[in-house]
Write a protein that binds this ligand. Structure first.
Ligand SMILES: [Cu+2]
Length: 364
């Protein structure tokens, strides 16, 4: 812990020294991070809980069209692939993913030379049902060898490591396995050096819905988790991949976010209907920092670690912390709450101030 703190402190000092042309300077000028101290202090002296609202933010707008993905669309644009039934009556779900090098705008005016799955960071949020046969065709149109390593159950030859689905530029591989266990999972490149390949943007959500037929004791809970059912449609579901970006390649992140674009959900809050429950598929892929976290203001949630149970593993908490690749499902409700803006953010305040800070806009 002391080493980690020490590293952060020396990083801050070197940034301060390099301020005139350093990273913060570059972000401050190009991306327009500002600190409206007067607003913050006004709020503080009034003792209002909105004090965080006066913290750092960005000015200007990211061009989501040019990026080819919009942070609000990323919340719910599940990639469901093509479903067929094979000769044995088994459901087969087929996906296609292509790796592409692509510059993406992660804060207004701040570009990151990403490696992407399907041109977006995070990659497509793959969604399947427990027990289905997954067939994923992966083509590498990028400049380096890449793979897709799934967090799930599969054979050694499908693991996405060297000799098991590592794909040279211009080549392709088909990964096949059964979607299990149900839960909130992820996939990422497993090429070496691993931290560079992951951090460049090669990761995404892999959500496996429980098959209600396999969970007769908890059928209602399973139905509510299965995309496409009336029970599921009642929920306001969304996926958030917590990530960070090392914009100057010094193995430290300068920008943090949920779903890549700094402060995207602060500038344009996520609208929530107070009468419907909320479910968040939360995944941490942040490289270089030991943990990331999610803190919800003014409310509490139940948490399902890895999403692999239908009963909460944590009840009535307002913060969870996750190491890299750890993930889970959050369930909560704003029913009966006063309409307004409810903040959520990493409770590493540094991450919050560098982009991972957001709002729910709760409406009646
Ligand atoms: Cu890679």
């Amino acid at each position: 812990m002391l080493d980690w703190l020490q590293r952060k402190i020396s990083r801050r000092q070197s940034l301060a020294k390099a301020g005139r042309l350093g990273v913060i300077g570059a972000i401050g000028a190009a991306a327009g991070f500002v600190n409206p101290a007067s607003a913050a202090s006004r709020a503080a002296t009034k003792g209002r809980k909105t004090m965080h609202g006066g913290a750092n933010r960005t000015v200007g707008r990211v061009d989501h069209k040019r990026n080819g993905f919009d942070p609000h669309a990323l919340l719910t644009d599940w990639e469901r692939g093509e479903v067929t039934t094979d000769a044995d009556g088994k459901r087969v779900r087929e996906f296609e993913i292509v790796a592409l090098d692509k510059d993406i705008e992660i804060a207004p005016g701040l570009f990151f030379p990403a490696w992407t799955y399907n041109g977006r960071v995070p990659g497509p949020a793959l969604r399947a049902t427990e027990g289905e046969h997954i067939r994923l065709r992966f083509r590498n149109a990028g400049s380096h060898p890449h793979s897709i390593h799934f967090h799930g159950i599969h054979g050694a030859s499908m693991d996405g490591i060297e000799g098991a689905g590592m794909v040279e530029p211009g080549d392709e591989f088909i990964y096949e396995f059964t979607a299990e266990p149900f839960g909130c999972h992820l996939y990422h490149c497993h090429a070496i050096p691993l931290k560079r390949h992951i951090h460049k943007g090669l990761y995404g959500a892999f959500i496996v819905d429980p098959d209600p037929g396999r969970h007769p004791e908890q059928r209602e809970a399973a139905l509510s988790r299965q995309l496409g059912t009336a029970e599921n449609a009642h929920w306001q579901e969304m996926v958030m991949v917590m990530n960070g970006f090392d914009t100057n390649f010094d193995d430290e992140n300068e920008v943090y976010a949920a779903n890549t674009v700094a402060f995207a959900y602060m500038l344009d809050p996520i609208v929530i209907e107070s009468g419907r429950p909320v479910r968040i598929y939360l995944i941490n892929v942040t490289e270089f920092d030991p943990i990331n976290s999610f803190h919800l203001h003014a409310n509490f949630f139940n948490y399902f670690d890895h999403g692999t149970t239908l009963e909460p593993t944590l009840r009535t908490v307002d913060t969870v912390m996750l190491c890299q690749a750890q993930r889970g499902i959050l369930e909560f409700s704003f029913e009966g709450f006063e309409p307004g803006r409810y903040m959520f953010h990493a409770h590493q305040t540094e991450f919050a101030e560098l982009g991972w800070m957001s709002f729910f806009e709760v409406r009646a």
